[in-house]
Design a binder for this molecule. Structure first.
Ligand code: SF4
Length: 356
């Protein structure tokens, strides 16, 4: 049995960003007492070191205390898996770590997601994809067959047709609301949702967060592809008064705006990792760049023309940066590198001005 928490970011437990290690520990203990042979596994986001990430999130401790293997999915080869009924995907590169297990348990944390509405049992499985493959899902072109849907939602639904957990345990002790998956605020519903169907689990968890499951595009699309049902009338839910535990989560904003004067963020088709980096940069370094304001930053792959001297942040902006802008590589990029690039560029400009 392979336990797949949401533990792909290098952050401490209890922030609602990653699954709490106590929930992972309890899941492990429950199944071990019943004779299961276990492992915990995760594929981190790009740009973090898995060993540091597993230590920070508490997964190393859970695994060590129980003498359970802890698998870094990206350290193992990926296998090319056909997606025969995919709308936008023909194949996926999925970690071969799953091959040795007959049961996959998705253990997400209950949180909002600025691009997907919510991130729960289904979205958590994106961590089973090879590192670059996670990024590919964010970079798909618009789908002509279903122009009303975002390609990312279609891709997650396609993924659900070939990557399905046998069990979902949603950690709803501390969740994240608002600007999830990593820059929102915490709240504490103090609950767990368990189901042997990923869409049933996600539909119930989303409802408990104050969402209508029908408005979560990737859930609706996956249901249309036959992965399961999200119609609550068709799901057997225990206890009958389950809605009593509803804790409305603040919704992710439709558009992220910065409240940092003279910092202009041009966002065109970015993913949540770049947005989070920019928020972290602004929160952490605003005072340090005060002398250099105003500043313009671009993130995402959709830019055609940019204002003079824009800082192009993240690999997706590489092409747009070629027009004489400052490029800051990374996927996701690192906030301290943005600071360094701003300082260097401004120093060069002032040296140039003095010469003139
Ligand atoms: S460069 Fe940024 S927007 Fe592009 S895929 Fe990477 S993290 Fe996402």
């Amino acid at each position: 049995m392979l336990i797949k928490p949401n533990a792909g970011r290098c952050v401490a437990p209890g922030l609602g960003i990653t699954t709490h290690p106590d929930v992972v520990a309890a899941t492990c203990d429950y199944f071990r007492e019943r004779g299961a042979s276990l492992a915990i596994g995760e594929g981190t986001i790009l740009g973090v070191t898995p060993t540091e990430c597993f230590a920070a999130t508490g997964m190393s401790r859970v695994a060590l205390e129980r003498e359970i293997p802890l698998l870094d999915f990206d350290a193992l080869p990926a296998r090319k898996t056909p997606v025969p009924h995919g709308v936008v995907l023909t194949h996926l590169m999925i970690t071969s770590a799953l091959d040795g297990f007959d049961c996959l348990v998705s253990v997400p944390v209950m949180k909002t997601h600025m691009h997907c509405g919510v991130s729960l049992g289904l979205k958590n499985l994106k961590g089973c994809l090879r590192g670059r493959e996670k990024v590919r899902l964010h970079q798909l072109p618009p789908c002509a067959k279903v122009p009303s849907a975002k390609s990312l939602d279609l891709a997650i639904a396609d993924m659900a047709t070939v990557l399905r957990p046998q069990l979902v345990v949603v950690d709803g002790f501390t969740g994240m609301q608002g600007l999830g998956p990593s820059a929102g605020s915490q709240l504490h519903p103090h609950l767990v949702v368990v189901s042997d169907n990923v869409l049933a689990a996600d539909a119930v968890a989303a409802t408990l967060m104050g969402f209508d499951p029908q408005e979560i595009a990737h859930l609706l699309l996956a249901a249309q592809l036959g992965v399961g049902v999200i119609d609550l009338a068709q799901i057997e839910i225990d206890p009958p008064e389950w809605r009593r535990w509803t804790t409305p989560f603040a919704r992710p904003p439709q558009k992220v705006s910065f409240e940092f004067k003279d910092v202009h963020l041009l966002d065109s088709e970015s993913c949540s990792a770049c947005l989070s980096t920019m928020l972290i940069f602004a929160q952490r370094y605003y005072a340090e760049v005060a002398d250099y304001l105003p500043l313009s930053f671009a993130i995402g792959k959709g830019h055609v023309a940019l204002p003079h001297q824009t800082f192009c942040v993240g690999n997706c902006t590489a092409k747009a940066a070629a027009g004489g802008h400052v490029f800051i590589k990374g996927c996701p990029p690192v906030a301290s590198e943005i600071l360094r690039a701003v300082r260097n560029q401004r120093k060069r400009s002032s040296a140039h001005n003095k010469k003139c």
